[in-house]
Design a binder for this molecule. Structure first.
Ligand code: ARG
Ligand code: ZN
Length: 861
């Protein structure tokens, strides 16, 4: 196995292309036979041998233009076919073992369903191929399988023929007319319940929609299918993009490494992002189903019709598609809560990644294992970069740029530079400086300094940017940053600068710093920056807590208002860290009480504003954190908050009536607000009864889970009792039980490690299922602050012991769960050395996967 890094700079176009593929697949649990007939042409004048990718394959035979061909050499990850003509047909027969494929990459069999996951480089685990995204071919695939066990046989495109054999098997042939890279290949065989529907596009084309789910789960698929139709309509209305095949299929499977996969015409989904009904799914689950369904659908244009030239360009399709799904979700639900949700991801996870040894630009320069780069940086920061294009070009300009992108590149495999060039045709702003967002990693910090001259009534505000060096890049350049900028005085009057550097509320910061001048200023102005999170940056604004509260009161931008509250909490928690929490002035508590009172009817904003920043977010504004003292300070603040504000919290809680369950924005906001309030109230004398009441009365999973979360950590007796009840109710439903696993794994208690061991012995737990592993070990490592960061290092060791076991089964998932350990830079020296000791144990392990090796070795370098 090669641990060698590939570099973006070393890209070479393929020496051969494949125009057409004809595949024959005879399904068998341990010996599936693949026959693949490839039409191959040499590209340009060279005399190289043909070098095909292959991984874990048993080669049976090779024919060239119909004749047995023996001038071949099998190496570890490749098959060299020597002295081939300029154009020829290569017929390869090989066997694979889907049942023992626990890495869930390539073709695997789990719970009696065959399915595939080929992105990024899984197709080479099915057959020998030029497994790279810039080789595009049409596919015709014939599947053969036992008719009784696998009545459904699916592949990409349209079914064109089917038949029965005498031996109890049947077969179906699928044709996909659109040339595609191998990573978009898919097949599925199983026995499902089917939901059917249809959709007529704007131009009048009728598309068959098919959703395949586990037997008996049909009613849980309805929402996903409705979401799909909304996404299809939205893409037509917003970008003029229609679906292109006659049939669109989605299959939900229980064993899946990631969220979902956009295979052409045949999406395969983690069932977690398909199945939802009011009893089993929370509002958040519904939201996620709709957004992932849309995400994969949107890939049909941004990813499939226009794909990536090489994997370094992943953000070309992922950043763009995440941006598109975010816009869709905002239109379907609400702009503010969507924006806050995505900013939370950036601040909790992406900033942390950029501050760690895994820091990389949205277009990485160097990769050992591609699966390690499906990151919050490539996806979410990538989407923020697309959003900045949108801000710079405006709605119409952005659409114009997108149209040009498709006009130029439909059917091609292209680069991020091609995307920028298409956008450039739609704006006068020179995008070359802006494009550095593709090559520079790290989180820029925007700092503000103010100078007020009371006599002249003028004020200067200097806005400076600085990007601290990152593990992968020591030298940083100033970026081109759109900084949404507003300025208020203590009476809430808005000001703009005299030179007009702020245009339409946005300052385009393209230098290390710039100074804004304000006149007619009677009292010091308060800068309100980065409205709607206009750039993926941190802000150093040095506001007093009184000023933050004024921003909340007067800012026009709802995101800024929410953010001001987050800053207030952050300031308060810092007081608790200094041991001065008790001295927080009554005026602050009174102001908080006013906020709650004044916004009592605005459930959306209040619900968001009452969420105290998470431990992970707090880490990003601190250095060398002692996890346990920060965690205790946060918790002490939460106690003080709920006790001091108990009566107003309770009053608003009682004022929110939730009728029988509906998934619409108004009810979602009300439930969210109510559950956030309940979380605070759980720390008060009313806690126990409120929580038990809500649990007993709940007609939906949102309120059930809300009660459990409120009890967790605050009301151990209620928590124990309700969790037992929950387990007995949902024991047969692994997807729901994952919530229970997750709650146990994130509970802060002294005996958490033995609790984890019990969870691992639970009959529903298996190391082979990524959702289960994430629910237990992932939740613990990422979110159980006290347990994971135990001062004796036992939490780190526990996770590491498990990772050693998991890495041998599923390296992709293991390399995800190791992330919190690799972020040791955030913590105090004592924790750093304990964490590094465990990373060293991993690195020293014989047979470590390439996925783990890359992350662990980087984090120790
Ligand atoms: N393209 C998929 C999506 O974002 C992600 C698939 C990644 N899977 C993987 N094993 N790397 O929708
Ligand atoms: Zn995607």
């Amino acid at each position: 196995m090669s641990m060698q890094a590939k570099r973006r700079a070393d890209y070479l176009p393929p020496a051969f292309t494949i125009s057409d593929v004809k595949m024959d697949v005879r399904l068998h649990p341990t010996a599936t036979r693949i026959t693949s007939e490839l039409q191959i042409t040499r590209v340009s004048d060279h005399s190289q041998h043909l070098e095909l990718d292959g991984d874990n394959l048993s080669l049976v035979s090779i024919k060239l233009d119909g004749e047995i061909f023996e001038d071949i050499e099998q190496r570890e990850d490749t098959l060299i076919v020597r002295n081939v003509p300029d154009t020829f047909t290569l017929t390869i027969v090989n066997d694979i073992d889907p049942q023992n494929n626990k890495a869930l990459e390539g073709l695997y069999l789990s719970q009696n369903t065959y399915c595939t996951q080929c992105e990024a480089e899984g197709f080479r685990r099915i057959t020998y191929y030029l497994d790279r995204p810039d080789v595009l071919a049409t596919f015709e695939v014939t599947l053969h399988g036992d008719k009784a066990q696998y009545p459904t046989l699916l592949a990409n495109g349209n079914p064109v023929a089917r038949g029965d054999n005498d031996d109890g098997t049947h077969w179906v042939t699928w044709q996909d007319p659109f040339p595609k890279p191998s990573y978009l290949f898919a097949l599925v065989a199983g026995d499902f319940d089917l939901l059917e529907d249809s959709y007529t596009t704007t131009s009048g084309k009728s598309v068959k929609l098919e959703l395949y789910v586990d037997k008996g789960k049909k009613s849980r698929g309805i929402f996903a299918l409705e979401s799909l139709k909304r996404a299809m309509k939205w893409d037509e209305d917003t970008f003029g993009l229609e679906y292109d095949l006659d049939i669109y299929m989605i299959v939900a499977v229980d064993f899946f490494n990631m969220g979902a996969m956009e295979n052409k015409g045949l999406n395969i989904f983690n069932s977690k992002f398909v199945l939802a009904d009011q009893r089993s799914a929370t509002d958040e689950d519904f939201f996620n189903v709709e957004s992932v369904i849309a995400h994969e659908y949107f890939h049909n244009w941004t990813g499939n019709r226009v794909t990536c030239r090489d994997w370094f360009q992943l953000s070309l399709k992922e950043g763009l598609t995440v941006f598109r799904d975010q816009q869709f979700s905002a239109d379907m639900t609400s702009e503010l809560s969507n924006r806050i949700k995505h900013v939370r991801v950036m601040r909790e996870h992406q900033f942390a990644e950029d501050a760690s040894a895994m820091s990389h630009p949205i277009r990485p320069e160097e990769v050992i294992e591609m699966n390690n780069f499906y990151t919050v940086t490539v996806y979410d920061k990538g989407a923020e970069v697309i959003r900045m294009f949108h801000t710079l070009l405006g709605e119409d300009g952005f659409r114009k740029g997108m149209d040009e992108y498709f006009r130029r590149h439909d059917g091609q495999a292209v680069t991020c530079d091609d995307f920028v060039a298409a956008m450039q045709t739609a704006t006068d702003i020179d995008l070359s400086h802006f494009a550095q967002w593709y090559s520079q990693s790290g989180t820029p910090v925007i700092s503000l300094t103010t100078m007020f001259d009371e006599r002249k009534q003028v004020m200067d505000i200097t806005v400076a940017q600085h990007t601290p060096p990152t593990a992968d890049q020591s030298h940083k350049v100033p970026l081109f940053i759109p900084v949404a900028f507003d300025c208020i005085d203590e009476n809430g009057k808005h000001y703009t600068d005299v030179d007009g550097k702020i245009k339409d509320g946005v300052l385009l910061l393209d230098a290390p710093s710039t100074t804004l001048h304000f006149t007619g200023v009677e009292s010091p102005l308060i800068p309100v920056v980065l409205g709607n999170f206009s750039a993926p940056a941190k802000v150093n604004n040095n506001l007093s807590v009184e000023q933050m509260l004024l921003v909340f009161r007067y800012a026009k931008d709802a995101f800024n208002r929410w953010d001001a509250m987050q800053s207030v909490y952050n300031w308060c928690i810092a007081e608790f860290e200094k041991g001065q929490g008790e001295q927080i002035d009554d005026s602050v508590w009174n102001a908080l009480s006013d906020v709650i009172n004044n916004e009592a009817d605005n459930h959306e904003l209040l619900g968001e504003c009452l969420v105290i920043p998470t431990f992970e977010t707090l880490c990003q504004t601190r250095q060398r954190v002692d996890p346990n003292s920060l965690n205790s300070a946060r918790s002490a603040f939460c106690d003080a908050f709920s006790i001091k504000l108990a009566s107003v919290l309770k009053r608003v809680f009682d004022s929110i009536s939730t009728d029988s369950y509906q998934y619409d924005q108004r009810s979602v906001n009300a439930r969210r607000c109510k559950n956030v309030l309940l979380n605070h109230l759980a720390r008060t004398e009313h806690g126990d009864s409120l929580v038990r009441q809500q649990y007993a009365a709940a007609d939906n999973m949102t309120d059930t889970l809300g009660a459990l979360k409120a009890a967790q950590g605050n009301l151990p007796d209620a928590f124990e009792a309700l969790m037992q009840n929950f387990e007995s109710e949902w024991n047969v439903d692994p997807l729901v039980l994952d919530k229970w696993f997750g709650l146990h794994a994130t509970t802060e208690r002294d005996d958490i490690l033995s609790q984890l061991s019990l969870l691992k012995q639970h009959p529903q737990f298996t190391i082979n299922n990524p959702n289960r592993v994430r629910a237990v070990m992932g939740s613990f490592a990422f979110f159980n602050t006290a347990g994971f960061h135990r001062a004796d290092g036992a939490g780190y060791k526990y996770v590491t012991d498990y990772l050693l076991e998991l890495d041998a089964v599923n390296p992709q998932v293991a390399a995800r769960v190791v992330t919190p350990l690799t972020q040791w830079q955030n913590y105090a020296p004592a924790h750093q050395s304990l964490m590094k000791a465990q990373l060293n144990r991993l690195l020293g392990h014989k047979g470590l996967s390439r996925d783990m090796f890359e992350k662990v070795s980087k984090s120790l370098a």
